[in-house]
Design a protein around this ligand. Structure first.
Ligand code: ZN
Ligand code: ZN
Length: 339
């Protein structure tokens, strides 16, 4: 089978020919129909990753058809269309035992330590990570597993009340999904913030009430102007999460505001401690959701309440091009690879 593999940090992916994996026990082999191209993949390609064993196949937003099953697999049959919950836990750390494999302290990550979906076939270590999606569109279903799941989890962490003002910073793949989910599932007013006008018009199409371009107007002043008594936002989800956006997010918040950190750009935030003591502000991590959250999302998707926006499809061998376009900020919504 063909696979696009990471051969070392900073090097382009290489097309390799590998044997199709053979499942045993509770393992399943999936013929990949679509694999989402995620910023995490970009991070794995460009940076030296502690613990990575080169070469490896990235890709963790997978949909496909079951190709083969181990002898102890139950409830799943060859030929069924499935998606894969990507954040496999170790099953023995405190967080896994408490039902939070998304916060596993020793995660054997799909598309990192384990070979992922930038390939024609992928081995999944346990059938419990699969969810059937039957006749759903495989491209849309694939991106439910990470970009939509992270957006959904971030919204839950934002602890929204229906009269809240929510600011979503960065409306790429995750941000557009968060706009849709917030408008479909809650009564909140949504402000989408981005420096890219194309992304802002997409956010409006997805249901945002306001759009805000911080390169054109002062974002904090804007939020004060539209919020009740100039008090500020009830919650901000930062899908960029660099020093600049984190500071803007923090300054936008009103009393009892929630600041959800989701993006992976990185940097630092200086926090005024007295304000923290008296404001009731909460700082929370908005990491990818739990397996149960993915089941909820699939249910919302199957009922037509949400629809991931797929703007581009690439052939497997064009994975480097897909990653370059993602890096350059040229992908609206999400791109998928079609092995
Ligand atoms: Zn991802
Ligand atoms: Zn664990």
């Amino acid at each position: 089978m063909r696979a696009m593999r990471i051969v070392g940090p900073g090097k382009p992916l290489e097309l390799h020919d590998l044997p199709i994996p053979k499942p045993s026990g509770v393992e399943v082999v999936i013929k990949v129909e679509a694999c989402g191209v995620c910023h995490t993949d970009l991070h794995f390609v460009t940076s030296q990753i502690l613990g990575a064993r080169y070469p490896f196949t990235p890709g963790h937003e997978i949909s496909g058809i079951i190709h083969d099953v181990g002898q102890n697999v139950k409830d799943f049959k060859i030929g069924e269309r499935v998606i894969v919950y990507p954040h496999f836990g170790c099953e023995v750390c405190k967080q896994c035992l408490r039902g939070f494999p998304n916060h596993c302290e020793n995660p054997p990550l799909l598309g990192f330590i384990m070979d992922g979906g930038y390939a024609e076939y992928v081995l999944i270590p346990h059938f419990k990570y699969l969810i059937k999606v039957s006749d759903s569109d495989p491209d849309e279903a694939a991106v439910l597993t990470c970009s939509a799941l992270t957006a959904y989890s971030a919204l839950k962490e934002a602890g929204l009340e229906n009269d809240d003002l929510l600011v979503i910073i960065g409306v790429g793949g995750l941000g557009t999904m968060a706009v849709q989910l917030a408008k479909k599932l809650t009564g909140v007013t949504v402000v989408a913030m981005d420096i890219d006008e194309k992304k802002l018009s997409l956010a409006l199409r997805m249901g945002a009430d306001y759009v805000l371009n911080p390169s054109k107007e002062d974002p904090i002043k804007f939020i004060k102007t539209i919020s009740e008594n100039g008090a500020g936002a009830d919650a901000v989800i930062d899908f960029v999460n660099n020093s600049e956006t984190a500071e803007i997010a923090f300054k936008m918040l009103r009393t009892r505001g929630r600041h959800v950190f989701t993006g992976m750009y990185g940097g630092t935030l200086t926090i005024p401690l007295t304000q923290m003591a008296i404001s009731g502000i909460k700082l929370v991590s908005g990491k990818i959701g739990r397996p149960g959250d993915l089941r909820e999302l699939v249910s919302l998707y199957k009922r037509g309440l949400i629809k991931p926006f797929i703007s581009k499809k690439f052939r497997l061998e064009d994975a480097n091009k897909a990653l370059e376009e993602l890096k350059a900020g040229e992908i609206l919504g999400r791109a998928v690879l079609k092995p």
